[in-house]
Design a protein around this ligand. Structure first.
Ligand code: IMP
Length: 178
């Protein structure tokens, strides 16, 4: 594990190691394999934050799959704006697909709520959610998170794809505000 990291005006300390992350990712890949014995998942990666997690997850997934990307944003600094912006909308052809949304982190659930509604309207046959991290204390929506990696406390985290105002995505471990 590394030392304190400074990003813009804030310091972050090590929180989840590469090994803890890898264990969670491999566990999730196996769960999805078990659930998709006869169907091909359409992994829809929520950018930007899920890019690193998605890369590891699809490599650990041992069966055939499709991979596509969608851009969504709701955060400014260390706080959610409460409004989810999908700059390109749903351009992917999800009609009759079994979509697995790949998210970095679920907090209030507003992002997945917005995406679920859009994907259903676009004709997806089913939508499941895979999120590496979940802030359980803050999540009160009725939608099941079918695959979740690690439950974390209500704190702001960066690294492994997650950013603080654009920085920190390339860190291999996950860090928390110091
Ligand atoms: P929700 O819509 O409130 O569930 O928030 C989910 C989105 O907010 C994620 O996809 C992230 O982009 C962002 N987010 C939530 N918590 C954090 C965090 O601790 N660090 C960085 N981004 C976060």
């Amino acid at each position: 594990m590394g030392q304190l990291v400074t990003l813009h005006d804030k310091q972050f300390k090590p929180y989840l190691s590469e090994q803890q992350i890898a264990q969670a990712v491999n566990k999730m890949a196996k769960q999805i394999e078990n659930d998709f014995k006869n169907e091909t998942p359409y992994f829809l990666v929520v950018l930007n934050g899920a890019f690193m997690f998605a890369s590891d997850l699809v490599k650990a997934f041992g069966k055939q799959c499709e991979v596509a990307f969608i851009k969504a944003s709701s955060y400014q600094g260390t706080k959610s704006t409460g409004h989810v912006h999908l700059p390109d909308g749903i351009t992917q052809d999800v009609k009759n697909k079994q979509v697995v949304l790949i998210e970095d982190i679920v907090e209030t659930g507003t992002t997945i709520e917005t995406l679920l509604a859009e994907l259903k309207a676009a004709g997806a046959a089913g939508v499941r959610i895979a999120s590496l991290l979940i802030k359980k204390e803050l999540y009160h929506k009725p939608f099941p998170i079918h695959y979740s990696g690690i439950s974390i406390s209500n704190a702001f985290v960066v690294g492994y794809g997650l950013d603080y105002n654009g920085l920190g995505r390339n860190l291999k471990e996950i860090y928390v505000l110091a």
